[in-house]
Design a binder for this molecule. Sequence first.
Ligand code: PEP
Length: 253
Amino acid sequence: MENRRPFISGNWKMFKTGPEAVEAAGKISMIVADVLSDIDVMIAPTFTALAPVADKLEDSPVLIGAQNLFWESEGAYTGEISAEMIASAGCECVIIGHSERRQYFNETDESVNKKIKAAISSKLIPIMCIGETESEREEEKTFSVLDKQIKKGLEGLPSEELKSLIIAYEPVWAIGTGKTATSDQAQEVHKYIRSLLENIYDADFAGSVRILYGGSVKPNNVAELMERKDIDGALVGGASLDPETFSKIVHYK
Ligand code: PEP
């Protein structure tokens, strides 16, 4: 039986200092507390805010995610941070392969694959981001782009190792643009992703993976998206920065 707990997450990108993140995290944990028995809620502050936010949320079920990691466990890699370091800072989750990282920091499907493996080794929940650009959609390449991102991103990983995997479908043309995919467009792609997982693995695994939608999710469009069969949650950027707005998204029902 398919039993996927809704997962609403906020990606704070490069916003908020440590004290600002702690304040916002504290507010969020209070105002979403009433739904946490039914919904997983995650926030992803910047690296420097992870440990103080984790301290603040010590007694809260709100999950904490990092926005990236490096796949080596330690070494001479100036400026990088490992999965183990992220976990020991108090994170349960990590966003991998966000389109901004693919666009500005040369993230590739190969690096995504290594990062997912590292996350799993440190028992972090990997949130693998995939999505097509506007021109790829116009050229009707959406499914082939997602095919490649998923197959390469998960290469060499058996389903037993991917029990916690979360996939975030984030059409690049909808991120930070105010253009949301319609719920029909998103559902069509989520269904495709699930069928692809079934082809690569099996129906049980495909039915268990949570697939989030991301791209200009706001309080006024989240409910329609969440009603769709294959949409299990949201990865929210801009609208997650303000606790009240994020709370409205979390309270989508
Ligand atoms: C994101 O950062 O993953 C995102 C979807 O951003 P926004 O909600 O601002 O489009």
